[in-house]
Design a protein around this ligand. Sequence first.
Ligand SMILES: [Zn+2]
Length: 236
Amino acid sequence: MLADIRRLAGRISERFKRAYYGPTFRCPVCHFVLAAVDADGNGLLVCPVCGAVIEIEAVYGHIVPVVLDMELYRPQPKLRVHPMATHLPIGLFPVALLGVVTLLAATFLKRLGLVGAAPGGRLSVLASAVLVLLVVSVGASLATLASGLWDWNFRYRRRTYRQIRLKIACSIVFLALGAGAIALHASGLVFAASGLMRLDSAAGVAADFAYLAALAGDMVVLATLGHIGGTLVFGR
Ligand SMILES: [Zn+2]
């Protein structure tokens, strides 16, 4: 079952990578996967992980990367703000999601008469805690995005890399979906005073659905951001 899910996720991400990256090749030094489209007008490209200066030769339709030089001077800040700043969003968002799954389960258990819920009870405290976690996680991701842009500006000299473009786009999607989920949560449309999800009206069910979809989408985006960030640090 787990292997099937992994295989399916792998197939989806491979198809997406092929469409988004186009033809790719591995850096001959660190084996990081690079997109040929990122090369400049002279067919030159600097590997963001190891600093190899690569010239792309096209031989009978195959990409042959030739290492011309190594970029010896690279800004290596002692205080690595971006990798540290990723911890708050990546650490807290899944905890908030776990709280929402607990509240969703409690909502269905309540309908079956298996749990009780009262305004100001434990479930309402949990709903408030989820809101705090979401605000801290999504709010802190602003600092993560800013420090990431700073690194791109100085460490990677604003060179175009497919991976970094995707990270910037994913960060904006994360912020937008996160802000939407926070607004829905704070509006009181999703959770009743008891902390249970509102299932009593069509508007309540629609708000619940939008809230859960935004959170699930954000989790996928967050996992993608973390995965690409990891490859930019450790190569492949
Ligand atoms: Zn490399």
